[in-house]
Write a protein that binds this ligand. Structure first.
Ligand SMILES: Nc1ncnc2c1ncn2[C@@H]1O[C@H](COP(=O)(O)OP(=O)(O)OP(=O)(O)O)[C@@H](O)[C@H]1O
Length: 242
């Protein structure tokens, strides 16, 4: 086996903007109050290596840095320090509909999003019917996506992403907005990708589902990796059961 994703000494810091009214600013100036720190470390020296074909659950409570890590791996965010090495093509379903333009139709967005994810026009032509089939929204494919519900957005975004045939697939909270039948379909597709030996990194708060789906669990706390083990063991630790 060879490494598919290598992350070394990754640090990501965000600047925090404090929004205050003029009255507050004046009151603080009179009191001589000191400023709160305006930098926040979302990823604090993260090092990990994921082998080709592994299915990894990235776990942690709200704000622990999961999405930030996925965004750094996918290239949406640039880390402040550290290195990321990837072997193969990457598709991310991280911010649903991020690559979608609200004034374009579903059809136009399939082409736009497919191109962003590295598909040629011919490849999108060939996959188009299957993408629309998967999304199950054929009646809305020529409607501007600003009129879509959040679930319809997700359906089309997921359908495009799984048709790009990536080597590495990063998935953040796919189940948040899809209805139950579509969730089941997404999970089935993810299982197929797993069985095709793709490398998968999945973020979800549905702990039982990801623990069953994945072969490895990585737990983040305050931007640091604190456990890297069999996923059910990681879930038990999160629940305070061990
Ligand atoms: N663009 C940003 N600007 C400032 N702070 C940010 C930004 N993005 C994330 N953060 C902060 O970084 C921390 C980690 O956020 P992140 O979204 O990675 O957490 P998460 O583990 O995915 O959480 P959740 O389970 O709630 O989705 C949070 O405290 C968040 O407020």
């Amino acid at each position: 086996m060879s490494a598919s994703i290598v992350v070394e000494d990754l640090v990501k810091t965000f600047r925090i903007k404090h929004v205050r009214s003029l009255k507050e600013i004046a009151a603080r100036a009179v009191r001589g109050a000191s400023e709160r720190p305006n930098a926040f470390t979302a990823l604090d020296d993260v090092t990990l290596s994921i082998e080709e074909g592994e299915t990894v659950a990235l776990l942690g409570f709200n704000g622990s840095g999961k999405s930030t890590l996925l965004k750094c791996i996918s290239g949406v965010l640039t880390p402040d320090e550290g290195r990321i090495g990837l072997r193969g093509s990457v598709a991310g379903l991280i911010e649903v509909g991020a690559g979608f333009h609200p004034d374009l139709t579903g059809r136009e967005n399939v082409y736009l999003n497919g191109a962003i994810l590295g598909m040629s026009e011919a490849a999108i032509d060939a996959a188009f019917d299957s993408i629309v089939d998967f999304s199950e929204i054929p009646d809305f494919i020529d409607t501007e996506v600003k009129f879509y519900s959040s679930g319809m957005f997700l359906r089309l975004a997921f359908a495009v992403a799984v048709h790009t045939d990536p080597d590495i697939f990063l998935v953040d909270e796919i189940l948040a907005v899809g209805d139950e039948p579509f969730q089941r379909k997404c999970i089935d597709r993810i299982k197929e990708l797993r069985d095709e030996h793709k490398t998968l990194v999945i973020v979800s708060h549905d702990l039982n589902m990801v623990a069953d789906l994945c072969t490895r669990g990585i737990l983040l706390e305050h931007g640091r990796v604190v456990m890297d083990d069999e996923p059910h063991a990681v879930v038990r630790r999160m629940r305070g059961e061990e």
